[in-house]
Write a protein that binds this ligand. Sequence first.
Ligand code: FAD
Ligand code: EPU
Length: 338
Amino acid sequence: MLQIHKNVSLKNFNTFGIDVSARYFVEINHEDELMELFMDPQWMNVDRLVLGGGSNLLLINNFEGLVIRINIRGIEHRINHDDVFVEAGAGEVWNDLVNYCVGWEFAGMENLSLIPGSVGASPIQNIGAYGVELKDVFHSCNAFEIASGTFKTFNKRGCKFGYRDSIFKQLKGQYIIVTVKFQLSLTPNINARYGAIEQELVNRSIVNPSIKDISQVVSHIRVSKLPDPSTIGNAGSFFKNPVISLNQFEAIVSKYPEVVHYPAGDGLVKLAAGWLIEQCGWKGKVVGNTGTWKNQALVLVNHGGATGQEIFALSSQIIDSVYTKFGVMLDREVNIIQ
Ligand code: FAD
Ligand code: EPU
């Protein structure tokens, strides 16, 4: 029998550490429980928030609807020649899955080490880091469609993955991912092209890195740059790196030749949002209980006791100042939950 709890504090369920509550809260440990939940029509008609690790959202107010916390567990794998298919429950911790794969020497996920959050949320924004995106290892996922009460499989094409984007952003709130299947390889295809990885391998005198080396190096770099949410509230990059046209880029680079940028295909250029924000004087700045991280201006932080409104207000000020200086509009990466 499902337990629906009332007036539950969400402080420990979001990495910003925002102290708001959920009117109703349910934990799902098995996919059949989703059928059971939605057999009761009252839950079709309330606001719903599907929650994994709470590491990519900003809670603005008390949530007056139902929070559905996904805790579906289990990891299994099947080897077929050089291919390895790994399937994991949506409630598994992403980094536990990475460690499982690295431990078995299944290659492909090592660059995605130490990203917080759950397996079930990983396709939502096509998580990415250090030269690899989820789509590079994704095979398919199984999701519960709330309206029909049935399960549907999405293959890689169906997910329409893009930079921090997938079909699930368009279908927001309609599907709950219950399992994700990955396709990995027994033969490593080491990706050490990211400058910081190359540098750290040199520092460690590693010439032919294993996937375990890459996992350790990536974890080391991440710890040095990003604040640990268990001590300082944050949700990683607050904004996406903006992708602009070549024309707009040329206008910017003529004025700011040192602008940090990357090719983004098809006459497009991606700018480093952290650089733009730093140039506007925000890096390490403290504003009330909020601020930006001293080592990474793209990360907004809760210095203690901040409200969601305060963090949101800071993000709006940053958007305005970057727009005023560079004419570039930053887009929030973090999901804003009103
Ligand atoms: P949540 O925050 O719980 O949810 C995020 C969104 O997904 C919400 O809209 C939620 O409703 C939805 N959702 C969650 N679970 C499900 C489900 N089972 N079915 C349907 N919808 C669901 N991200 C990167 O891409 N790269 C990084 O390098 C990175 N670094 C980070 C570093 C730090 C310190 C932090 C705090 C965050 C970082 N992030 C990064 C962001 C975050 O880790 C990812 O977005 C992660 O996938 C969020 O997982 P979660 O389970 O916490 O999702
Ligand atoms: N930079 C600055 N000042 C700053 C921050 C960055 O000048 O304060 C410049 C530097 O030149 C730096 C460059 O920006 O070399 C890139 O910075 P970094 O390597 O930290 O990466 P990022 O572009 O800021 C992206 C992702 C991260 C991911 C890293 C590593 C986005 C929005 N963010 O950050 O993902 O971990 O690359 O691949 O794409 C997240 O999504 O939450 C996240 C942390």
